[in-house]
Design a protein around this ligand. Sequence first.
Ligand code: NAP
Length: 299
Amino acid sequence: MLTGVEVVLAGGDARQLEVIQKLTEMDASVSIVGFDRLDTPFPGVSKAEWTPELLRAADALLLPAVGTDDDGTIAAVFTDRELKLSDPFLEAMPKWGKVYTGMAKPYLRRLCEKHQIGLVELFERDDVAIYNSIPTAEGAVMMAIQNTDITIHGSTCIVLGLGRTGMTLARTLQGLGAKVKAGVRREETFARAFEMGYEPFYIADLARQAEGCDLLFNTIPNMIITAQVISRLPLNAVIIDLASKPGGTDFRFAEKRGIKAMLAPGLPGIVAPKTAGRIIANGLIQMILEDSRQRGEQP
Ligand code: NAP
C-alpha cells in the first residue's frame, strides 16, 4: 500500500485518470493539477493549484508520458491553463522526492539534475516498455489499415528494429497473415528473427529490401529511412514511423516522392488510454514502493 505517500499528479491525458484511480486504491494522498475542465468526481483526491508550495511535502511528482516540452510546459488536455515546471517548483520539493514520467526531454533532465531531485523514466523499464508495446502495435495496425487500400494479410511488411516494440509488432503482423521482413543490426537478433519465422536482413541492405514493400514500420530512433531507401520503395508503399520524435524518416523526401509517411507518436494513449494508464500506474506504484522501501532502509 502507499499509505502516507504524497503524490502530486500534474497534467496529462485520459491515461492519468486510470493512474489517479489506482493511486487512490493504494491509499496514496493524491493532489491533482490540470483537471479543471473535467467534471468526473475523484473521491479522496484534492484538486490543487499549480504552485511551488504544492510540492513542499511531495514524495512523488508525476508528469505525463512525455514529462515536459523543451521549455518546461507540461502537456495537460483537461485544462486551458498553462502548467510549467521551472526552478521554484523543484526547489520546493523535499530532497527525497522524485519526479516520475514516461520519458524525459533534456529540459527536465537538466532541471532535476540542477536541484538534485531523482528522475524516474518509466518507459525505460523493460516490463513497462514491453507491456506498452501491446497498445503500440495495435495502434500501428490501426494506422496501417486506415492508410492503405489492401489487407495486411498477404502484404509485405518491413519492421525496422526488433526491440521491445518491434518484436511485438512483427509478431502481430505475422499473426494477421503478413509476410514480415525484419531489419536488424546484430547477428543474434538476425538469428532470433529467423527462428520466429520472419525474413531477417541487415539494416545496411535496407534500400534493396525496400523494393516490393507495402508497409514499412520503423522503431529505430535514428535517421534510417533515408532518401536512398525511399527512392527504392514502391509509390503506393506507406511508412509508419513509431520511433520517438523526430523519427527515423526523411519525411521531406517522402513527401516529394509522393509516398505516404507518418510519424505516429503516443499510440497507446490514443488507441487504449485505459490500458496504457494501467500500465503506467503499475510501473509507477512499483517504483514508488521500491523507492520508499530504499528510503526506509537508509540509516
Ligand atoms: P528498444 O527496445 O530499445 O528497441 C530499439 C531497437 O532499435 C533495438 O532493437 C535496437 O537494436 C535498434 N536500433 C537502435 N539503433 C539502431 C541502429 N542505428 N541501427 C539498427 N538498429 C538500431 O526500444 P523500444 O522500446 O522498442 O522503442 C523503440 C522506439 O519506439 C523508441 O523511440 C520509443 O520511444 C518509441 N515508442 C513509440 C511509441 C509510439 O506510440 N509511437 C510507443 C512506444 C515506444 P539492438 O537490439 O541491436 O540494440
